[in-house]
Design a protein around this ligand. Structure first.
Ligand code: AMP
Length: 418
């Protein structure tokens, strides 16, 4: 199967050839014809398998071919919502690359930066808008953005966009988009409760599932190291003495933790930068750029970097702390082993994180191989009593929720603010 067989128009074909795309990936092969028929779609495919092009190519083609596009009223025709600023920028870059031989205008809007250049671009006229929900609502309220001509709506990382951290904003936005539209959801994970919510927004969707949802790519070799919490730093430094680790994306659970790990690494002579929600947007983009250019060897991140971010030649993902939401594990390790390349994921697990490993195994349907032979094996297997694990605010409230459920809920509420 070639892109030509999918009846992709010449200007897009030319751009794809320049990108070095020889043939469509499975998710592209199955989604593009559905989208060209203007049907709603719920697409699930593993991380790094070309989901962006799976929606960007047909969107560009439909806009290009659309009679209405040329004759109809001016205004934004397509809206793409993403959970993070970095992902919005990356999707904007993809539209730029695939649409370089077309006269379709796109722009990216996100928070954390002055709005002036964004409102200037909007005023000049835009066909495709890629946005994070907060800034979009802000600009809608200021009347810089009108959504009444939208004909295609995409939720990238759809399950994240529909969970508690974003759903209120997303619902407000959807309420402003015409009901007669094509709606497209893509993700690598789709918890069942979120899939049912998705189905209330989509209209008679075609479901394209290339690999089971939440499965991890075979191109990623996964390893698990049991280690005491207090020894994680030493283990990380020990592992990084291996020069075959060219680049490593290290995930921590908190912003403060990310800063601390980056500081420790720099002290030990390993170039590292941190990226999280307390950094200015400029610092976030600079850190990501330096890492992509391999100027820094290690990027220490919270989950703002867990989804969608595409880093060429990233060899290792290291979970310094395991996520308490198992789907996040799938997204984090999916930053490596992309587009058929191979990668290694290393997860540190202390006594208190063992429960998370269980949840992850259940979700991914396999057991992560354990590395037994390392310098800092787990000695302290004891877990704090449940009462002590809960943060004081919950303890004081005297709630009797199951600990892990309440933690999962808190995560969803907080994750958007990483
Ligand atoms: P995505 O899942 O959209 O982030 O894409 C993952 C990576 O695959 C990106 O680096 C894309 O440039 C690349 N890619 C997407 N489609 C193709 C294709 N048909 N052939 C080769 N590489 C692709």
């Amino acid at each position: 199967m070639s892109f030509k067989n999918l009846e992709i128009i010449e200007p897009v074909l030319r751009a794809l050839e320049e990108e070095g795309y020889v043939k469509p990936t499975p998710i592209q092969e199955r989604s593009i014809p559905v989208l060209l028929q203007r049907k709603d779609l719920l697409g699930c495919a593993q991380t790094g398998t070309g989901k962006t092009a799976a929606f960007a190519i047909p969107i560009l083609q439909l806009l290009h071919n659309d009679e209405l596009y040329r004759k109809g009223p001016a205004g934004i025709k397509t809206l793409i919502l993403t959970p993070t600023r970095e992902l919005a920028i990356q999707i904007g870059d993809s539209f730029k690359a695939y649409g370089k031989y077309m006269r379709i205008r796109h722009t990216v809007i996100f928070g954390g930066v002055p709005q002036r250049s964004q409102t200037d671009a909007l005023r000049a006229g835009v066909d495709i808008l890629i946005a994070t929900p907060g800034r979009l609502l802000d600009l809608i309220n200021q009347r810089y953005v009108r959504l009444e001509h939208i004909r295609m709506l995409v939720l990238d990382e759809a399950d994240r966009m529909l969970d508690m951290g974003f759903i209120h904003d997303v619902k407000k936005i959807i309420a402003k988009v015409p009901t007669k539209r094509q709606t497209i959801f893509f993700s690598a994970t789709m918890p069942t409760e979120i899939a049912s919510l998705a189905n209330t927004i989509l209209s008679n969707p075609v479901r394209v599932e290339v690999t089971p949802a939440s499965s991890t790519a075979n191109t990623v070799r996964q390893e698990l190291y049991y280690v005491d919490k207090g020894n994680k730093k030493k283990l990380l430094l020990d592992l990084l003495t291996d020069t075959s680790i060219n680049t490593a994306l290290v995930f921590t659970r908190t912003k403060h933790g990310a800063d601390r790990v980056a500081k420790d690494l720099n002290k030990a002579g390993i170039s590292a930068e941190a990226i999280h929600g307390n950094k200015s947007q400029n610092a976030r983009q600079r850190a990501l750029k330096n890492f992509k250019l391999q100027k820094t060897r290690v990027l220490v991140a919270t989950d703002i970097a867990a989804r969608g971010i595409d880093i060429d030649e990233l060899s290792h993902v290291i979970n310094f702390e395991l996520p308490n939401v198992p789907e996040t594990y799938v997204h984090r390790i999916g930053r490596t082993g992309r587009a058929g390349a191979s990668g290694i994921s290393i997860s540190f697990c202390d006594a208190e994180e063992k429960a998370y490993v269980k949840d992850i195994h259940k979700l991914i349907g396999k057991t992560i191989p354990v590395v037994e032979n390392h310098a800092y094996p787990l000695v302290n297997h004891s877990v704090l009593p449940k009462e002590k694990q809960r943060p004081s605010s919950t303890r004081n409230a005297g709630r009797k929720n199951d600990f892990r459920n309440s933690k999962r809920k808190r995560y969803h509420q907080k994750a958007g603010r990483n």
